[in-house]
Design a protein around this ligand. Structure first.
Ligand SMILES: *Cc1c(COP(=O)(O)O)cnc(C)c1O
Length: 351
């Protein structure tokens, strides 16, 4: 704590991401994709001329937004691009959620949301999940300064269908509803087609998970031109060039390869279902998942101890030491081989 910091910064509790270890571990803790990015990405890296970097990138990322619009079935006027979806979320909090009323969110969701609330001085009202650990959309519809949730949700894995999101939007019309679709490509149903009907809907997405580009930092939002303009106003008051020229070229190459995208996301889904079955065989309770992770607990074994045991045997998963989650492990879906190693160690630890 330093007196040199702005008062507001002294009050912050920053987000703590999953560990990026130096030693070689089987890394199932940050929901990264186990497969490399599309082959076209390698090609861009080989052929990109360093001379391009002399100049500033396109401040509006128009080529990337075009490619995104095409992939998502919308138009580029409805698309905003940023330096990872975390950055897009930060801009959205600033642009839309600094209201007199608190922001409505689930009590269990992406733990970055409360961090942004602190950062931007936004009160939040947190609503419990329902008895099956699904986001309670009816509760989120109550009076607020805005609504945010991940769909599918993290770290629970459940996703609501488009009709349910539309029903929420029929009730909430005068404030922004932000649906964070970081995991939607692993079995969720996207709300992007609703953007045309609901000018207060903002959908965010990322290249970090289903496009295997967490290290690149690319994210986006889809919404009405009114919302995109709001984001752009904040962006241009903060950093006019968030997406660099190389990231933009790589993002476009990743979006172009639809077959590779399809094959890798299907592989993750298949491995997830196989993993769920095998965890179930070991006595774990595993929530259904439409994401690239599962949330599991064992009635006879302490999650924190399993976490340590796995770590000692070279496997890193995520354990959240909070009241609601401390009995659970969040396990990212790796390759079949990696998940075989996980199951082998867990069978040992649960003996
Ligand atoms: C991973 C994740 C993000 C962040 O994605 P980046 O594009 O890597 O910043 C946002 N929301 C949720 C729910 C996530 O799990």
């Amino acid at each position: 704590m330093s007196q040199l910091w702005s008062p507001n910064v002294r009050e912050l509790t920053p987000y703590v991401p999953g560990e990026q270890p130096r030693e070689k571990l089987i890394k199932l803790n940050t929901n990264e994709n186990p497969y490399p990015p599309a082959p076209g990405v390698e090609r861009v890296l080989r052929e990109f001329s360093a001379d391009h970097l002399r100049r500033y990138p396109d401040p509006t990322s128009s080529a990337l937004r075009e490619a995104l619009a095409q992939a998502l079935g919308t138009t580029s006027a409805n698309v905003f691009a940023g330096n990872g979806s975390d950055e897009v979320l930060a801009l959205a909090f600033q642009a839309f959620f600094r209201q007199d009323k608190p922001l409505a969110m689930p009590d269990i969701s992406y733990s970055f949301y409360p961090v942004y609330c602190r950062m931007y001085d936004i009160d939040s009202q947190r609503f419990a999940l329902d008895d099956q650990w699904r986001v309670d959309l009816d509760a989120l519809a109550s009076d607020s300064g805005g609504v945010i949730f991940a769909n599918p949700n993290a770290p629970t894995g459940h996703g609501h269908g488009r009709e349910a999101i539309a029903a929420l939007l029929d009730k909430v019309t005068d404030r922004v509803v932000l649906v964070d679709e970081a995991y939607v490509d692993f079995g969720g149903e996207s709300a992007v087609p609703l953007v045309e009907r609901y000018p207060n809907l903002l959908v965010t997405g990322t290249f970090s998970k289903s496009r295997s580009l967490a290290g690149l930092r690319l994210g986006y939002a889809v919404g009405s031109p009114e919302l995109i303009e709001g984001l752009t106003r904040v962006k241009d008051s903060f950093n006019s060039y968030p997406v660099d020229a190389l990231a933009s070229a790589i993002g476009i190459a990743a979006l172009e390869d639809g077959d590779y995208f399809e094959a890798t996301r299907q592989a993750v889904i298949t491995t997830r279902e196989r993993t769920r079955q095998r965890l179930d065989d070991l006595g774990f309770e595993v929530l259904p998942s439409q994401t690239n992770f599962v949330l599991a607990s064992h009635p006879k074994h302490d999650a924190a101890q399993l976490f340590v045991g796995l770590r000692e045997r070279g496997i890193l998963v995520r354990h959240f030491n909070t009241e609601t989650l401390r009995d659970h492990l969040r396990i990212s879906i790796g390759t079949d081989d990696e998940m075989d190693s996980l199951i082998e160690v867990l069978s040992d630890l649960c003996r």
